[in-house]
Design a protein around this ligand. Structure first.
Ligand code: MTE
Ligand code: MOS
Length: 765
């Protein structure tokens, strides 16, 4: 191993910063006769389409044609699981849903045409909140359930906490909005260049809407300008519309959503409502937890069911729960269909359990870090779904290392000293762990494929099923291929992801891109290396790689190989709620320190320290980028980013002007990321570990540090003083407004406690 483990720059870094990197919409320049598509969108959250007349659009100069239900030769539905996402709906299910499309010589022509399409609607009542959905029985799934032991233990616990927590969703805000271009190739096949995490499924949906088979459709993805789960299934519809347009007109058709359209039309992270009852011993051990998750799935099923499963799998985070009943149900509302987003339902559940533990710490006057530590999984412990936490001691190792390197105890004292001297501002400090299960919980997705080609001149093309979205998958795979073949990285070219090179691929998701596709590439390279080694032995002398390849060719040794990998030993039975759904767990922990202003609720993060378990990192610079980016994205979700819908179901925050995103000004000024050492993961490619999603959940430490600071406005820090049995709670995101009101409440509680205390003192005299 010489190239893996080196801090190589991202293979597209130069292209990213120079603008040279190619993205889907850049194809535009290659197609002078391309048509531009623009949707006709509905002004209701829920309505019946009573009539649609597209003909007036054709009077607009530059409009070429319109797309309505009659134009799809196949089934015009892009629903990935249920077929519940009609491309030309007769019942509008969310505000701005597209009901027809217009194709124009220019985007402006298509837009003018769309404005001319006459649609009448009969408005219907809309369900816009989780509570309304529960009240009216509007659900997309049955109740899913994972349980162990007996939650009746709740009634015998020394401390019982009952509560409700509302957790907001999140807009992906990938820099590159949804985009696809489709055309008919020289042989009559349909080709699409699509910004998709899942080219094989985009291929499937295009074949479905055109009534073709998969062999007739090729999908390519060069790279995405960010996806974050938002293009796992939600890229398909746009590629399907482009394909229908290309099929109808014979010309290339381009769909690219503007930022405003993208925010209005595409799904987000699911908002959650969580109801819980938790029982604790006086020492702070969780004795029982009953927890019910309700997610806002929006109008269609999408990936909401596996996302809810992942919530149920992660309601323990890093803690052993002896008695637990976790249930989850996806609510159907008249909103965009909520979808995958980094963490995939894990984050919401982990926010909930961390919230509960912090409240218990406050109520029991046990420091929050101590209560967390006491509840950690230990060696031999089994999760509530029957999987042994093999590497439980890693949680302890990470925790101890981080506490030492972050100077946790000394800073705890420094924060208390600051707080004793300041009434206008308080600081908070918190440490939280994260344990995240790696593998798709639908076991069949856990496979990867590769096709590696060596040319006679000793250069190599690597094809595999994964897609590049900025996460550095291609960089890592290049390193894996180089080491597996024993050549320099410069010899190796990573090819765009194409369905005609590697078929039946899984989405690049669940953080498993390198684990699956990297292992498949390594498999192909091993076969090739063995063939080349045999040739070298035959030659009887050391020759340069290109000479060896030429010699192999002359000896009629094939220089291409397919590679394949399937994750071993994973299974899960939904009916019994038992199995080993994860190949392994990724662990990490973070310490965050914040300062909160009493008068405005405004706050800033002062310092963040992270220790992440990346196994034997294949690409340390890439992994650091994933940790920093994931953390800041999580912090945005938990603190700043707030999705608001108005009473008509219109997304009120459909632009960067109203939806606040973290920017450089929110970056922790002191940000220290390190990796667990000697952390080789057995049975994973090159001993590495998945890194894409887990760091996002480390941002929960910021939410908990804010809670710590708010508590200090009441009766001091949580390291000893409590609030007279009260605990600080607030919904997510912890915006400055929410923090302001939380501060006001704890101050009011303190003042009334002091007044009572004064009275008690007076009565003594
Ligand atoms: N990093 C960047 N820069 N852009 C992205 O879109 N997506 C995240 C994560 N990191 C994303 C990212 C998500 S949701 C996942 S599942 C993983 O990358 C997917 O890639 P991997 O499996 O190769 O880690
Ligand atoms: Mo990531 S949410 O699994 O695409």
């Amino acid at each position: 191993m010489t190239i893996a483990g080196k801090p190589l720059p991202h293979e597209s870094a130069r292209g990213h910063v120079t603008g040279g990197a190619f993205y889907t919409d850049d194809l535009l320049a290659r197609f002078p006769n391309v048509l531009h598509a623009w949707p006709v969108t509905a002004p209701h959250a829920h309505a019946r389409v009573t009539s649609l007349d597209a003909a007036p659009a054709l009077e607009e100069p530059g409009v070429v044609t319109t797309l309505t239900a009659a134009d799809a030769p196949g089934e015009a539905d892009s629903g990935p699981s249920r077929h519940d996402e009609p491309l030309f709906p007769t019942e509008v299910m969310f505000h701005r849903q597209s009901v027809a499309w217009v194709l124009g010589e220019t985007l402006e022509a298509a837009q003018r045409g769309a404005a001319r399409v006459r649609v009448s609607y009969e408005a219907l009542p809309a369900i816009l909140t989780i509570q309304q959905a529960i009240d009216t029985g509007s659900f997309l799934t049955d109740t899913l359930r994972l349980a162990r032991g007996d939650v009746a233990a709740l009634d015998r616990s020394a401390l019982r906490i009952d509560g409700e927590l509302s957790i907001g969703g999140q807009e992906h805000f990938y820099l590159e909005t949804q985009a696809a271009i489709a055309w008919i190739d020289e042989t009559g096949g349909v080709v699409a260049q699509s910004s998709t995490q899942h080219p094989s499924q985009t291929q499937e949906i295009i074949a479905r809407v055109l009534g073709l088979t998969r062999k007739d459709v090729t999908v390519e993805c060069v790279r995405m300008g960010g996806a974050f789960g938002g293009k796992e299934v939600q890229a398909n519809a746009w590629a399907a519309v482009a394909a229908i347009g290309a099929w109808k007109t014979g010309r290339p058709v381009r769909v690219r959503l503007t930022r405003e359209l993208d925010m209005a039309l595409t799904g987000k992270r699911h908002p959650y409502l969580v109801r819980y009852s938790a029982g604790f011993s006086s020492a702070g051990l969780v004795e029982a937890l009953r927890i019910a998750f309700f997610s806002d799935g929006g109008f269609s099923l999408d990936l909401s069911e596996p996302i809810m499963w992942r919530s149920l799998f992660h309601c323990d985070n890093a803690y052993y729960l002896p008695n637990v009943e976790a249930t989850g149900r996806v609510c159907r509302t008249h909103k965009t269909s909520q979808t995958a987003f980094r963490g995939f339902g894990g984050p919401q559940a982990m926010v909930a359990i961390e919230d509960i533990l912090s409240q218990a710490a406050q109520r029991l006057s046990i420091p929050a870090d101590v209560i967390r530590e006491r509840n950690f999984y230990r060696e031999g412990h089994v999760t509530h779904y029957g999987q042994t936490v093999d590497d439980a001691p890693r949680i302890d190792r990470i925790w101890r290392q981080l506490k030492a390197t972050s100077d946790f105890d000394a800073r705890r004292a420094a924060v208390a000293a600051f707080n004793a001297q300041h009434d206008e501002a308080k600081r908070g400090l918190a440490i939280t762990p994260a344990k995240f299960g790696i593998s798709f919980t639908a076991s069949f997705y856990n496979q990867g494929g590769a096709l590696v080609l060596i040319y006679r001149d000793g250069t190599v093309q690597v094809n595999h099923g994964g897609t590049e979205m900025g996460q550095g998958l291609f960089t890592k795979i290049r390193q894996i291929a180089a080491d597996s073949l024993g050549v320099d990285a410069e010899r190796i070219r990573l090819m765009a992801t194409r369905t005609d090179k590697v078929p039946n691929t899984s989405a690049t998701a669940a953080s498993a891109g390198t684990d699956l596709n990297g292992a498949a590439v390594a498999d192909a390279c091993r076969q090739l290396r063995a063939r080349l080694d045999a040739v070298a032995a035959d030659l009887g002398k050391d020759v340069a790689f290109e000479e060896l390849c030429e010699a192999a060719y002359m000896r009629r040794v094939p220089l291409f190989a397919q590679g394949y990998y399937r994750t071993p030993d994973i299974h899960f039975d939904r009916a019994t709620g038992r199995g080993e759904p994860f190949h392994y767990f990724a662990f990490g922990a973070a310490v965050s320190e914040v300062e909160v202003d009493r008068f405005t609720g405004d706050y800033h993060v002062r310092r963040v320290d992270i220790v992440q378990d990346a196994g034997d990192s294949i690409s340390p610079v890439i992994d650091r980028g994933q940790v920093e980016g994931g953390f800041v994205q999580g912090m945005g979700w938990l603190t700043l980013e707030e999705l608001l819908w108005d009473e008509d179901g219109r997304l009120a925050t459909a632009g960067a002007s109203t939806y606040k995103l973290p920017s450089w000004s929110e970056m922790p000024p002191d940000f220290r990321v390190s990796f667990l050492q000697e952390a080789r993961q057995s049975n994973v490619v090159f001993g590495s570990k998945a890194i894409g999603e887990p760091p996002l959940m480390l941002a929960i430490s910021v939410r908990e540090a804010l809670r710590d600071a708010v508590a200090a406005f009441g009766n001091g820090d949580l390291g000893g003083n409590n609030l007279g049995g009260n605990s600080v709670t607030f919904d997510s995101p912890a915006t400055p407004e929410r923090i302001f009101f939380a501060v006001r409440q704890v101050r009011a509680e303190r003042l009334s406690a002091e007044a009572r205390g004064a009275k008690a003192d007076a009565s003594l005299r």
